[in-house]
Write a protein that binds this ligand. Structure first.
Ligand code: NAD
Length: 464
């Protein structure tokens, strides 16, 4: 047997190597499916109460090891420590929620038109789940899938993003420490996601694909899964609009737009990519936005007080620079920032004079760049917000209750924040419409992705 290949994980902070992991391929994928299939036989027989108890122990370990896990995340992908702790708490809240939700997978009985029949509807675990996750939330994108799948009685094979396998491996090690049975949650890092994924996607024993990543990759996986008719939960890209109406509380809107846009250095699927402000207040809004953005502290994610760390890698930095160069070439103006600092660090940036033909308006920049645009009235604001193929999250700022509901209902998005720039929470459904995906993570909806419905019709023997 040849020794398994490994690959190194480089920190975006300074390029240093922070770990090395096994580079898994088709052979390891086949073995993982065999193990997951064997584990499923007994895991699906456990009671919801038994699964819930292990999830609770896992939760306790995640809470206990919070500082260690946050540091690893900061080193691995550059998230500032305080934000990494925030993600860990958010991520752990899904484990807590699904430890509870495991016990609420109810069945139903249906009235029959025949006296001798009893009609039952039950929910059963779908089987082996293949999960693929993105690097920008190395814990939350994992627990949002793994916790409900394990709670439902499924077994799980995860291929984490090649940038953040260390966090995923720690999560699985803690699951094992909590008493998670062998083979129920396996992690297969791979430098090239394709060979390992092809085996998992084509194997009919794998019944669900749960994916978080870009729309382009999600579409490819969607097609491939048709061959084995897998169930799909696809959490894809977004291009979130942020609408500020003339009656908005300007200070609150500025504060929240900064939190929404610059969280994780702008590398978030739900962070706003387009800030639309009513023309009557646009100048005042920008006057307040610029100092709020230029005062953000960019620096070492491990240092207390850092608000923005480095971009994840050279490709991420190049995309940010390309988007700004394209916007400037087509007539936009930089109102703040706009330049690289050093290494993978980039100045938080505000752009004005942005037009629909610019790349910042069509693609996810995935960096600290805030384009500000103007609108004339409500109808135009909604049309501009909806003028995209994405439909993940949208935000609106107003004090007018009628407008708030009217606009929220009109927006073609899976998530709408009304005077709220950070709406995600474990008990609510997270997911998009249009090219932002299929299915939901979180709440009572998140566990349904991993449950098959079975209808049982029972005819009673005739009474003597
Ligand atoms: P990406 O699609 O390039 O990669 C995501 C994952 O898919 C990684 O694990 C990667 O290894 C894997 N992958 C890539 N190509 C593959 C292939 N051909 N076959 C199988 N697996 C493959 O995305 P990214 O740029 O690394 O991540 C950022 C994207 O994720 C953004 O578009 C962002 O909006 C999205 N995202 C969405 C959510 C959500 O909840 N909707 C959350 C976080 C991130």
């Amino acid at each position: 047997m040849t020794a398994q290949m490994k690959f190194a994980i480089q920190s975006p902070i300074d390029g240093s190597v922070v770990g090395e992991v096994a580079d898994n391929g088709p052979e390891e994928a086949r073995r993982a499916i065999d193990r997951a299939a064997a584990a499923f036989v007994s895991w699906k027989q456990t009671t919801a109460y038994e699964r819930s108890a292990i999830l609770r122990r896992w939760l306790a370990l995640l809470v206990e090891r919070e500082q260690e896990l946050a540091r690893l995340m900061a080193l691995e992908m550059g998230k500032p420590l305080a934000e990494a702790v925030g993600e860990l708490r958010y991520s752990a809240s899904f484990v807590e929620w699904y430890a509870e939700e495991a016990k609420r997978v109810y069945g139903e009985t249906l009235p029959s038109q025949f006296r001798h029949k009893r009609l039952l509807v039950t929910r059963q675990p779908a089987g082996i789940v293949y999960g693929i996750t993105a690097w920008n939330f190395p814990h939350a994108t994992v627990t949002r899938k793994v916790a409900p799948a394990l709670a439902a009685g499924c077994t799980f094979i995860l291929k984490p993003a090649e940038q953040t396998p260390l966090s995923a491996l720690r999560l699985a090690a803690l699951w094992e420490e909590a008493g998670g049975p062998e083979g129920t949650f396996q992690v297969l890092p791979a430098l090239d996601p394709v060979p390992v994924s092809e085996v998992l996607l084509d194997d009919p024993r794998v019944r669900v694909l749960a994916f978080t990543g870009s729309t382009a990759v999600g579409m490819r996986l969607y097609e491939r899964c048709g061959r084995t008719m897998k169930r799909l939960a696809l959490e894809l890209g977004g291009h979130a609009p942020f609408l500020v109406f003339h009656d908005a509380d300007l200070d609150a809107a500025v504060r929240e737009v900064v939190a929404c846009k610059f969280r994780n250095g702008g590398q978030t699927c739900v962070c706003t990519n387009r800030i639309y402000v009513h023309e009557a207040i646009a100048d005042r809004f920008v006057e307040r936005l610029i100092p709020a953005v230029t005062s953000l502290r960019v620096g070492d994610p491990l240092e207390a007080g850092t608000e923005i760390g480095p971009l994840v890698n050279a490709r991420g930095l190049a995309k940010v620079q390309a988007h700004i160069a394209d916007a400037l070439e087509k007539g936009a103006e930089v109102l703040a920032g706009g330049r690289p600092i050093q290494g993978l660090y980039f100045e938080p940036t505000v752009l004005a004079g942005v037009r629909p033909s610019m790349r910042v308006m069509q693609e996810e920049t995935f960096g600290p760049v805030a384009p500000v645009l103007r609108f004339r009235d409500e109808a135009e604001a909604v049309a501009l917000a909806d003028g995209t193929t994405y439909g993940l999250a949208a935000y609106l700022w107003t004090r007018d209750l009628g407008r708030a509901i009217r606009v929220a209902e009109a927006l073609e998005y899976g998530i709408v924040g009304i005077n709220d720039g950070v709406p995600s929470t474990a008990q609510a459904p997270l997911g998009g419409v249009k090219n932002s995906g299929i299915g939901r993570e979180g709440g009572k909806w998140g566990i349904e992705e991993f449950l098959d419905i079975k209808y049982i019709s029972m005819a009673l023997p005739p009474t003597a």
